[in-house]
Design a protein around this ligand. Structure first.
Ligand code: 2AM
Length: 220
């Protein structure tokens, strides 16, 4: 029983080192602060508050625990493909290994805040083939995006919203980008900020954040 539990986690992923988590949280807080200071953001504030008044974004999103980038949600072995993923040689081989995650963008929607992860060739070896396809029913067009597109770190969610939503929100923005949606873009200190409507804001970072992380699994 014990062995079975040990090999059937809730999910696999890259877990950011603790010191790095603090840095990323700070970056996230600064991002929200700079958003609130923008005229363009204030113009669309009703996307978040439903009213024409100042919303405190830092209070709006609630943190979801240890910062990580999920590779496979195995749901204690119950998710489709869980056993196959767990048994993969590369998963066994790289379990416990440390690598640098490149956080290339930050994004918020009225539901979630997250960081996009630009996965390396090596990291993509741990990425499930169907991660984007699996989201197709929720985000039409997701399955046509490149492998690894869903890679992200959930930084927070609105109360009552599950973390899985962050990846869907990212994929939705990427589908819009792929369809040539220009949005309303402006340059800010940290990079190019684009508004895609319906409260979707995407900041492409001038300098990606390098975050040390270890590939491992979590049980809750
Ligand atoms: P996240 O990767 O967007 O943060 C435990 O719930 C973790 O598994 C969370 O980090 C969560 O979202 C992720 N998760 C939950 N359900 C999922 C699903 N159906 N597909 C992919 N990831 C999922």
């Amino acid at each position: 029983k014990c062995h079975e539990e040990m090999s059937s986690p809730l999910y696999f992923g890259w877990f950011l080192f603790f010191t790095v988590q603090d840095e990323v949280r700070e970056t996230s807080t600064n991002f929200l602060k700079s958003l609130e200071g923008l005229e363009s953001f204030q113009k669309h504030i009703s996307d978040f508050s439903g009213k024409e008044e100042k919303a405190d974004l830092d209070q709006y999103f609630k943190a979801k625990g240890t910062l990580h980038c999920t590779t496979k949600f195995t749901n204690y072995g119950k998710a489709e493909g869980a056993k196959e993923y767990t048994a993969k040689q590369i998963v066994q081989e790289l379990y416990g290994s440390v690598s640098e995650l490149s956080l290339s963008a930050l994004f918020i929607t009225p539901r979630t805040i997250g960081a996009r992860v630009a996965l390396s060739e090596e990291q993509l070896k741990l990425w499930p083939d169907d991660a984007e396809k699996e989201a197709e029913s929720v985000v039409p067009g997701a399955s046509a995006l490149p492998l690894g597109s869903r890679g992200h770190v959930t930084l927070g969610c609105v109360e009552g919203v599950e973390a899985v939503q962050t990846g869907y929100d990212l994929l939705q923005i990427l589908v819009l980008q792929k369809n040539g949606e220009q949005g309303e873009a402006e340059e800010i200190d940290a990079g190019t900020l684009t508004y895609y409507g319906e409260g979707r804001w995407y900041l492409s970072l001038k300098e990606p954040i390098s975050a040390a992380a270890s590939f491992s699994s979590a049980y809750k």
